[in-house]
Design a protein around this ligand. Structure first.
Ligand code: TA6
Length: 300
């Protein structure tokens, strides 16, 4: 399989398919500016790092690489719903895209030296058992000075559908106590810690001192993760989204997750471009929706 992938989609010296963890196939991307990795399982980007810098994305050392399990860390693709299924709790959390086997649809080196990998997922008997609609889903991954992700949904059915989604990105930080997130000041958010749905207002930058699980509503803003100890800012912008989720499980929840180190909360946080809560999108037959996130590292 790896040989066939490299024959069809490899880009010499830039994009090579290899057998990754759990014997799952992955793409390894090398550009003059950066490196990245993406698994076909889940359409899951697991690594992005600027040359000479620290990794931008956080990966759990205890991540499980198995077809029936979402990889913990990197950028899980949550689709066609965000969080628990709206009406049926027996269905997988965050939808089924992140535990599905995606296909390679294309690859190319761009004129500026960046590399683009296109992955795809279509409906199957299994998916229709979970979500009774035909679909075409694409994930375009462009690796260069920045990491750019576009999740492209095409409604190829004859009924309008409502879709929730997230590019659920995990970011690596020096130590959570040192971190500020700017860009969401003054915004409203739904505080979902402990299953609550209280609406609150963000006073100033976000600082972490306890579990944080918030859906910021009506925002198209750019978020900046300020990490003074590592002397860097991570700039997270988005498109096709008016809701941003910020999450850190903190100590107690970290201990309940088998694929998450007990102290893992100290070195990560999530900023997610989402279509969540009231921002779920209705897509008419023949229509499409694109959810995008751009991740860039800047000097702090
Ligand atoms: O995005 C935040 C969140 O919805 C949290 O509530 C937490 O459940 C997190 O996603 C991770 O979900 P997962 O199913 O990957 O463990």
């Amino acid at each position: 399989m790896i040989d066939k992938l490299n024959e069809a989609f490899g880009v010499p010296g830039k994009l090579q398919f290899k057998t990754g963890q759990g014997d799952l196939p992955k793409a390894v991307i090398t550009t003059p500016f950066s490196t990245a990795e993406a698994y076909l399982h889940g359409g899951h980007v697991t690594h992005f790092q600027r040359t000479g810098q620290k990794p931008v994305l956080w990966m759990s050392e205890e991540a499980v690489f198995r077809p029936d399990k979402a990889i913990r860390g990197g950028v899980p693709v949550c689709w066609p719903w965000f969080g628990p299924h709206p009406t049926d709790s027996s269905k997988p959390q965050h939808g089924f895209a992140r535990v599905s086997k995606w296909e390679v649809k294309g690859s190319r080196e761009m004129e500026d030296g960046s590399v683009r990998l296109d992955l795809g997922l279509e409906d199957s008997e299994e998916s229709r058992g979970l979500w009774p609609h035909p679909f075409q889903l694409g994930l375009s991954v462009t690796v260069g000075e920045a990491l750019e992700l576009s999740l492209i949904f095409k409604n190829v059915g004859d009924e309008a559908v409502e879709v929730g989604a997230a590019l659920h990105s995990y970011f690596a930080v020096s130590e959570i106590d040192n971190i500020l997130i700017k860009g969401l000041e003054g915004g409203d958010y739904i505080d979902t810690v402990g299953g609550a749905r209280d609406v609150k207002k963000q006073e100033g930058p976000i600082h972490f001192s306890e579990e944080v699980d918030r859906i910021y509503t009506d925002t198209e803003g750019v978020c900046v993760i300020e990490d003074p100890v590592w002397g860097r800012n991570i700039v997270v912008s988005k498109s096709g989204s008016r809701s941003t989720v910020v999450w850190n499980p903190w100590m107690d929840k970290a201990e309940t997750m088998g694929d998450f180190p007990d102290n893992g909360y100290e070195s990560m946080l999530c900023i997610e471009a989402t279509n969540a809560a009231a921002d779920v999108r209705r897509v008419e037959p023949g229509g499409m929706h694109v959810l995008g996130q751009r991740i860039e590292e800047a000097a702090g």
